[in-house]
Each structure stands twice: as structure tokens, then as C-alpha cells.
Design a protein around this ligand. Structure first.
Ligand SMILES: Nc1ncnc2c1ncn2[C@@H]1O[C@H](COP(=O)(O)OP(=O)(O)OP(=O)(O)O)[C@@H](O)[C@H]1O
Ligand SMILES: [Mg+2]
Length: 147
């Protein structure tokens, strides 16, 4: 693999049907980046949860609003950015799904799962500018496409 980053970008209408399209692209891009099938599946699930949040919580299911998705393959990692047109949020305010009082809740596990599947989950959010979620998965330093 050369040292330049390789980029794939998508703009999606806020329709849950597009989540499948994005997952498919996520799987293909992570295969290209050199992740094994298990990691490709983890990345695809993280993209699934992040996109549902962007469409549902960010864009409130409004089809006139879009979600931007950007995959960037670096030599040592894959970075995925998901940007919506919502009012933003602070992940510190999200309740911990592992706390006793939250264990029986039927929702509130998406971000917990994303953090389990990926190495980093960061949120950049500015009032009126939507939310940008940054997901990072690092490549095993011995992966084959690096040789
Ligand atoms: N893009 C976003 N814009 C605004 N708020 C968000 C966004 N992503 C997450 N949130 C907030 O973070 C909370 C936790 O998200 P998380 O995915 O963990 O749970 P959930 O979406 O409520 O339920 P689940 O994913 O388990 O169905 C959401 O309820 C929402 O308040
Ligand atoms: Mg969710």
C-alpha cells in the first residue's frame, strides 16, 4: 500500500434504507484497508449504529437532510467520519448502559457497542453545525498489504 491516504466519500439521504448501502461500502473499504473478516464485520456494525444515530437522533428522520460519510485509509488505521445536520450532542451526557439502573433499558447501547468495536469514538459538535462522529480502527502492524 502506498503512503498516501485513500479516500471514499458518500452523501446519503436520511432514509434508513441507505444504512445498508453504507454498511456494504464500509465492509468493502475495510477489506481494501487490510482488515480481516471479523474486523470488517465489527466496522460494519459500528457504521450501522453511527448512521442510525445520525439519521434518527441527528436529522430526526427528515429526508431533506443528509448524512456525510467519509472513509480514509491510512497506513496504520482506518478513519470514518459521519456528519449529520442535527443540533449536536455531548457524549459525556449519555447514560452508562452498564449501570444497574440502566440494565433493563431497551435502548441506549449503540455508542457502547461502537466503542467496543472500534479503537476510538470521538464527537465534534458545534451548535447549529450538526454532529461529526469520528471512528478509528487501527490496523495490526503486521497486516499483509503493508509488506
Ligand atoms: N448524531 C447524534 N445526534 C444527536 N444525538 C445523538 C447522536 N448520536 C447519539 N446521540 C444521543 O446519544 C444517545 C445514546 O445513543 P446510543 O446509540 O447509545 O443509544 P440509542 O440510539 O438511544 O439506542 P440504541 O442505539 O441502543 O437503539 C441517544 O439517545 C441520543 O440522545
Ligand atoms: Mg443508537
Amino acid at each position: 500500500m502506498n503512503t498516501e491516504a485513500s479516500v471514499v466519500e458518500l452523501v446519503l439521504e436520511s432514509d434508513l434504507k441507505n444504512v445498508e448501502v453504507a454498511e456494504e461500502v464500509a465492509r468493502r473499504v475495510s477489506g481494501t484497508a487490510g482488515f480481516d473478516e471479523e474486523d470488517q464485520h465489527r466496522i460494519d456494525m459500528a457504521v450501522h449504529e453511527t448512521l442510525i444515530n445520525a439519521i434518527w437522533h441527528g436529522n430526526k428522520n427528515d429526508p431533506s437532510k443528509s448524512v456525510w460519510l467519509r472513509f480514509e485509509i491510512f497506513r496504520d488505521r482506518l478513519e470514518i467520519r459521519v456528519r449529520d445536520q442535527g443540533s449536536g450532542y455531548d457524549p459525556k451526557g449519555v447514560p452508562d448502559p452498564l449501570k444497574d439502573e440502566n440494565l433493563l433499558n431497551s435502548s441506549g447501547r449503540g455508542i457502547f457497542l461502537i466503542r467496543t468495536f472500534m479503537d476510538e469514538y470521538r464527537v465534534e459538535s458545534q451548535a447549529g453545525k450538526g454532529t461529526e462522529v469520528i471512528l478509528v480502527k487501527r490496523l495490526n502492524p503486521n497486516h499483509s498489504s503493508d509488506q
